[in-house]
Ligand binder design. Sequence first.
Ligand SMILES: Cc1cc2nc3c(=O)[nH]c(=O)nc-3n(C[C@H](O)[C@H](O)[C@H](O)COP(=O)(O)OP(=O)(O)OC[C@H]3O[C@@H](n4cnc5c(N)ncnc54)[C@H](O)[C@@H]3O)c2cc1C
Length: 225
Amino acid sequence: SKSDGTHDQYQTCFSPWLAQGCLSPKTIFQELKKVEAERGADKSTRELFHDLVYRDFLRFMGKKYGNKIFQPGGILNQPPDPGSADKEAFNAWISGQTGCPIVDASMRELNETGFPGNRNRQIAASFLIHDLGVNWTWGAQYFESCLIDYDPCSNWVNWGLIAGVADDHTGDHKLNVAAQSRKLDPNGDYIRQWLPELRHLSDDQIHEPYLPPQKKAGGLSALNF
Ligand SMILES: Cc1cc2nc3c(=O)[nH]c(=O)nc-3n(C[C@H](O)[C@H](O)[C@H](O)COP(=O)(O)OP(=O)(O)OC[C@H]3O[C@@H](n4cnc5c(N)ncnc54)[C@H](O)[C@@H]3O)c2cc1C
């Protein structure tokens, strides 16, 4: 079954092996079926099936739309906003120096290990696109150069979905990064691991150190980039 990860709640760490073709999703499927026959299905086996099906879905998107998944207009071919070419903001994001702790921790983990968790990837991508306003294809290319589980469909379609240029029509793709930070890392342990300069801050302050101590989480409106 899936084991606890250090940042996402559950992580199998299968993706680098799947991406390199060393492990087949069919093998995992058959093993899961055996486990379920012996012990019964549970939340963890069902989640893994779902994740593998989602991976397949992204591969089918790649097969259906071809090179469109790499283009700024994406699958929809009508970019709501191609994003700016702000190299300074992009470089701050790359080096984990934006001032937003959960984003900086996720980017430093990416740079060091090539393997941040799924939620960290979503947070970092949403922040680059929707808070810094940078062209999403720059972020996707940077992830491509760093991820140890890099897979063209999983990377580019996930980025396109967060940028709002893929085929999901769900409307708002911007994450509330401060709220996500509190949910993913309630005690701030993950942030402290990657941002030693913030270790002295309280569990509450560490998520939004730019706010006065008495103020509660309210998004990034008080953040001055
Ligand atoms: C912006 C962004 C870029 C990404 N780029 C990649 C990439 O290049 N390669 C890659 O394999 N995954 C990518 N993902 C998906 C996901 O982050 C990783 O598959 C997951 O973190 C790998 O860890 P794991 O094997 O422990 O996953 P688990 O949570 O244990 O899931 C099991 C398997 O299901 C599949 N899976 C789970 N979630 C997703 C998902 N959201 N999208 C696609 N497949 C999923 C993976 O094959 C994974 O190994 C990306 C996600 C985002 C948001």
